[in-house]
Structures are given as structure tokens and as C-alpha cells.
Design a protein around this ligand. Structure first.
Ligand SMILES: Cc1cc2nc3c(=O)[nH]c(=O)nc-3n(C[C@H](O)[C@H](O)[C@H](O)COP(=O)(O)OP(=O)(O)OC[C@H]3O[C@@H](n4cnc5c(N)ncnc54)[C@H](O)[C@@H]3O)c2cc1C
Length: 403
């Protein structure tokens, strides 16, 4: 088995069997299709649908719901293996199954449970919608709102942009100032305004969505907080609805860090092999300190990132630790990919090797899931509360607002 990001010692026999199985599936069914997806010849779902049939999209769900009842570590093994091929696979997979996760988390199986299996198997596609034209890093500027109508159902108005899988999703978790609901793309008043063209991550189906007087049945509530009419009351309730969402951001950031580590590993492997084969001035370029010191730095950052991820993955809801992990891992992976390209000279800048794609794709991780600057904001807030204590300890105090 190949050297992997997750430490081998943490795996039991079942995990190793699982890893061998997915390595084979990915080698035979995923890797050969990646270039076609990159070139727009096939859709990402041409690759993901067969994985859904094998129970690999929402693998932690039980078999009867289309998953495999797998462990967290097995999901991470899959994530890592997919991202080694392309970040797009795992980002779309994670976004698509996200609504099923919230239905379970908020205990809405009775009213919304019928959606879980189709999402887990990939029969239906999902997405999650936080970001708006006026609310990116600052989610308190969110305008999207649910208003109760006379029969107890809700009217949704708002706009969401940069939504992974948004242009193709059947089911959306749409966050508003006062709650989050499951919204179906066939509800009247929903429009997909645009699918963005992207620098990297080709195939992500990134959508700009609009909701105009969309009638959402009350059964579709994930959570809802009534807004008060006074300015003071509105502010208070809005903050409380937004902080309900914050608890999902830490685990997302830790998961994004693992995705980045898989990309870093691929870039290092390609650069190391190339530098041993490429001869200039009568010797492999790996003999030049200018090259092999780059490799040393890449490897050191990769190992440090792995250690930080191992720590953060044990406590993913600690906001400052998750932010520290994401900031370090994604910025160092971006640098690793850039240095890998530099090691390869001109051929690195062509599409003959995937390094240029890795570099374009990983750039998103410094923006999505919270930008580098927002990660720094979270970390410095924590540090100024007292440096001589474990990171994030203070952040766990009840009721505290976190990004
Ligand atoms: C490919 C892609 C996929 C995405 N997928 C999803 C998705 O599925 N669902 C979803 O809801 N969203 C998604 N997003 C949105 C993403 O989370 C936002 O783009 C991100 O949070 C940043 O918001 P923004 O783009 O509005 O930038 P802004 O918030 O406008 O930031 C612009 C710049 O200002 C800086 N800045 C802002 N505030 C501060 C501050 N306090 N201090 C210092 N600097 C600051 C930022 O760091 C950044 O450099 C996706 C985005 C992309 C590009």
C-alpha cells in the first residue's frame, strides 16, 4: 500500500481492507476519467454516480440508507484518495451529501428522512448555501430571510452565490438570517442565475442562485428562530441563528486540510520523481541544492501539516485549532504546488503533468471555507485571550460568537 497522509498505525485491519478496495476502484474507475472531466468532456457526476451505487458517497450512513456504516477514519481515507486524483470529486461529494447530514443532525428524520437515501446514493444531488453577494466572510450581512405565511408555511427570498454543485442540485440547505431549510430546485420561484467559469476545479458546477417568494413547507425546517421587531431583538436573534451554523465550519476546515494534504503529497511525488529523471549540466537536477532543498522544505511542511491535522481531527469543533490547521496546511500546500512546478521548469507549466492543475485547484482552499485572513482573525482572537494554554480552550465557552 502506498504511503498515505493518515498514519498507518491508526488503521485497523478493516480500514486497511477498505483502503485497498478504494485504491483499486479509484485506479480503475476514477483516475482514467479525471482528464476528461478537467477538459469538460464528461461531468463530475459521470464519475460520482457509480461510486454512489457502491455506497461510497455517504459511506458513514448505514447500508439501508445507501451507505456502508463506515467509520470517520474510513471516510477520511476515501477523501484523501479522491483528492489525490482531483479535489473536485471530494468537494462535490461532500457538498452533495451535506443536506442529509443536517437532516440527521437536527433529528428531522420524521419529516425530511425521505431525502437521506437519494442523497447518499447520488440519485439526488445536494448543496449548501451560506454565501451571498453581500455576505461572504461577514455572514451577519446575510439578507436571505424566511417569513411565516398565514398557513404556517414559509416564504423564502434571497440570493446565494458561489455554491458548489449549486447549478445542478436537486436539494439545497439554504441558510437565512433566521434559520435553515431544505429547499428543492423544483419549488416555484427558484432560479439558477449562472454557472461560473473557474480558474481551477473544473467540473465543480459552481452556481449563483436566486429565491423569489419561494413557498417552503414547514416540514422542511432544519432550524428556525423567530426574529423580533425591535432593532435590538433582530440583532440578537440573527446572531444566534448564525452561530448555529458556525459549529459546522470547524469540521469543514479540518476536512479541507486533509484534502489539501492529499494534493501536497501528489505534488511532492511528481516533483521528486521528475527531479531524479531530468538531467541538466550532466547530472540529475535532484543533485542541485537549489532543487533538493526545495524538496526538503516541501517535505518538512507536509509532515508538519500532517501532525497538525492529526491533532485537529481529534477536536474538529475547536474553532481556533481548526483555523490554525487550515491556515497552515492550505498555505503550505499552495507553496508546495508552486515549488513543484518550479522544479519541473517549462514542462511544469504545460498540461503534460497535473502539477499546474493541482496549483490552480488548491488556490480555492485559501478562500473557500473561510479565507486565510479570516483564519488569522480567529487565531489572533484566541491568542490574545491568553497564550499559555491549549489553543482554542477559551473559544469553547458557551454562547461565544465565532466565525
Ligand atoms: C470554488 C468555490 C466554492 C465555494 N463553495 C461554496 C459553497 O458550497 N457554499 C457556500 O455557501 N459558499 C461557497 N463558497 C464561498 C466562499 O466560502 C466565499 O467565497 C468565502 O467565504 C469568501 O467570501 P467572499 O468571496 O465574499 O470574499 P469577501 O468576504 O468579500 O473577502 C474579500 C477579501 O477581503 C478579506 N476580508 C474580509 N473580511 C476581512 C477581515 N475581517 N479582515 C481581513 N480581511 C478580510 C478576505 O479575506 C478576502 O481577501 C465557495 C467559493 C468558491 C470560490
Amino acid at each position: 500500500m502506498k504511503r498515505i497522509v493518515i498514519d498507518l498505525e491508526t488503521l485497523n485491519e478493516k480500514d486497511i481492507e477498505f483502503k485497498e478496495e478504494i485504491d483499486e476502484i479509484i485506479a480503475l474507475e476514477v483516475a482514467p476519467k479525471t482528464q476528461d472531466m478537467e477538459d469538460g468532456k464528461i461531468d463530475v457526476w459521470d464519475v460520482l454516480e457509480p461510486l454512489g451505487k457502491k455506497g461510497l458517497l455517504g459511506l458513514r450512513y448505514p447500508k439501508e440508507l445507501g451507505g456502508r456504516g463506515s467509520s470517520y477514519i474510513q471516510e477520511m481515507l476515501l477523501s484523501e484518495a479522491l483528492c489525490y486524483e482531483s479535489l473536485v470529486y471530494d468537494m462535490v461529494r461532500g457538498s452533495s451529501v451535506y443536506p442529509a447530514g443536517l437532516i440527521s443532525f437536527f433529528g428531522k428524520q420524521k419529516t425530511l428522512g425521505k431525502h437521506i437515501k437519494p442523497l447518499v446514493t447520488g440519485e439526488k444531488k445536494g448543496c449548501f448555501c451560506f454565501t451571498e453577494p453581500d455576505a461572504g466572510s461577514d455572514l451577519s450581512r446575510m439578507k436571505t430571510i424566511y417569513e411565516k405565511d398565514e398557513d404556517g408555511n414559509f416564504i423564502l427570498n434571497g440570493e446565494k452565490r458561489f455554491i458548489t454543485n449549486g447549478s445542478v442540485a436537486d436539494l439545497m440547505v439554504v441558510y437565512g438570517r433566521n434559520g435553515a431549510f431544505i429547499v428543492e430546485s423544483n419549488f416555484e420561484g427558484f432560479e439558477m442565475l449562472e454557472e461560473y467559469k473557474l480558474m481551477g476545479l473544473h467540473g465543480l458546477n459552481l452556481g449563483h442562485l436566486k429565491f423569489t417568494n419561494v413557498k417552503v413547507p414547514k416540514e422542511n425546517i432544519l432550524f428556525y428562530r423567530e426574529l423580533k421587531t425591535t432593532t435590538e431583538g433582530v440583532q440578537k436573534k440573527r446572531t444566534s441563528a448564525i452561530s448555529s451554523m458556525q459549529q459546522f465550519l470547524g469540521p469543514e476546515r479540518v476536512a479541507m486540510s486533509l484534502q489539501a494534504l492529499a494534493v501536497a503529497k501528489r505534488a511532492i511525488e511528481i516533483a521528486v520523481q521528475y527531479s531524479q529523471e531530468r538531467v541538466q549540466f550532466k547530472q540529475p537536477i535532484s543533485e542541485f541544492e537549489g532543487i533538493n532543498f526545495k524538496v526538503a522544505e516541501m517535505a518538512a511542511n507536509f509532515e508538519a501539516g500532517k501532525a497538525l491535522w492529526a491533532k485537529a481531527s481529534k477536536n474538529p469543533t475547536n474553532p481556533a485549532l481548526a483555523a490554525t490547521c487550515k491556515l497552515f496546511v492550505v498555505t503550505s500546500t499552495h507553496k508546495i504546488c508552486d515549488e513543484a512546478l518550479q522544479i519541473m521548469g517549462g514542462i511544469g507549466y504545460t498540461t503534460k503533468y497535473p502539477v499546474e492543475r493541482l496549483l490552480r485547484d488548491i488556490r480555492l482552499h485559501r478562500i473557500g471555507g473561510g479565507t486565510d485572513e479570516i483564519m488569522k482573525y480567529i487565531i489572533q482572537k484566541d491568542i490574545y485571550k491568553g497564550f499559555n494554554r491549549p489553543i482554542g480552550e477559551e473559544s469553547k465557552k458557551k454562547g461565544e460568537f465565532q466565525f
